[in-house]
Structure formats: structure tokens, C-alpha cells
Write a protein that binds this ligand. Structure first.
Ligand code: INI
Length: 157
């Protein structure tokens, strides 16, 4: 082979993770939490190595995840929340700030941060992405974090 390929395994053995979860729309986000923990435990993370931080709403997720990313305590962070479009422009502000905020942490630190935030036009659409028709965004964001952790550790060796 002429070129070298790097890929991260989806494995969390010996890893420590933080989950930041919004209480707003908890009827959705609690399913994202279940999916995230299911994914992490299935991929060899020990339950004692998972720490869950609750915040009031998705807007508060980036600041909290930023503090955790800089605490040098976690191998990865999974952010979970559900922003559902309502009658007011609040949806646009919250969804834009949470996505920009999480993206900024991924660029400012070397800690993988998973975007397990559902942004949906309706409650039904959000339910679909929280463990029913369209998978579970908490599970898939956790898989991504595990993969990136292992990919990034190959860059140091
Ligand atoms: N927070 C959410 O997590 N989801 C939403 O759908 C939402 N809406 O639509 O209002 C929401 N708002 C609260 C916001 O995240 C903050 O907690 C609040 O503005 C206080 O800073």
C-alpha cells in the first residue's frame, strides 16, 4: 500500500466520559441519555467512568462542556439536548448558539465533543430521532466520540 490510513475504533475501554444534558424537553433528552449510556457501555466504557452533568437548557450546554473540556479530566464529552421549533424565533437562537458553541470547543480543545442535539421542526420529528424511527442521536453522538478519541490518540504516536 502506498499510503497510510488512520481510523479510530469504536471502543471506550479505560476511557472516562462526561455527558452534558439539557433538562429542557426532558421527555426527549432522557431517551438520548439512555441511548448514549447504552452505546458507551456496549463499547466497554465502565459505568463508574461516565459522569452526567444536567443543565437547564441547550443554550447552557456549550459553556458547561467548555469547562469540562478544559478540566483535563475526560477523554470525551457527549452533549445531549432537544431544540424544538415553536411559535417564536427562540428556536433559531438556541439551535444556532448550541451548534456554534459546540463546534468552537472542538476547535479550541483536543477533546472530542459529540453533537447529540436534536434540532427538530416538530415534537414528532424529535421523537423519531430519540430512539424510534430514525435512530437515537445520543447513541450515534457517543459512537462518534469514541471513534474520534481513538483516531486522535493515533496522531500522537
Ligand atoms: N432549550 C432547549 O434545550 N430546547 C428548546 O427547544 C428550547 N426552546 O425552544 O426554548 C430551549 N430554551 C431554553 C434555553 O436553552 C435556555 O435554557 C434559556 O433561554 C435560559 O438561558
Amino acid at each position: 500500500m502506498k499510503y497510510k490510513v488512520y481510523q479510530g475504533n469504536i471502543d471506550g475501554k479505560g476511557k472516562k466520559l462526561a455527558i452534558v444534558i439539557s433538562r429542557f424537553n426532558n421527555f426527549i433528552s432522557k431517551n438520548l441519555l439512555e441511548g448514549a449510556i447504552d452505546c458507551l457501555v456496549r463499547h466497554n466504557v465502565e459505568e463508574k467512568d461516565i459522569e452526567v452533568y444536567y443543565v437547564p437548557g441547550s443554550f447552557e450546554i456549550p459553556q458547561t462542556a467548555n469547562i469540562l473540556a478544559k478540566a483535563d479530566k475526560y477523554d470525551g464529552i457527549v452533549c445531549l439536548g432537544a431544540v424544538i421549533r415553536g411559535e417564536t424565533p427562540h428556536f433559531d437562537y438556541v439551535s444556532s448558539e448550541v451548534s456554534k458553541g459546540i463546534a468552537k470547543i472542538t476547535l479550541d480543545t483536543n477533546v472530542p465533543v459529540g453533537f447529540g442535539i436534536i434540532t427538530a421542526d416538530s415534537t414528532e420529528q424529535a421523537i423519531d430521532r430519540a430512539g424510534t424511527k430514525s435512530g437515537n442521536k445520543g447513541y450515534s453522538a457517543s459512537e462518534t466520540v469514541l471513534e474520534l478519541m481513538n483516531l486522535f490518540s493515533k496522531m500522537n504516536s
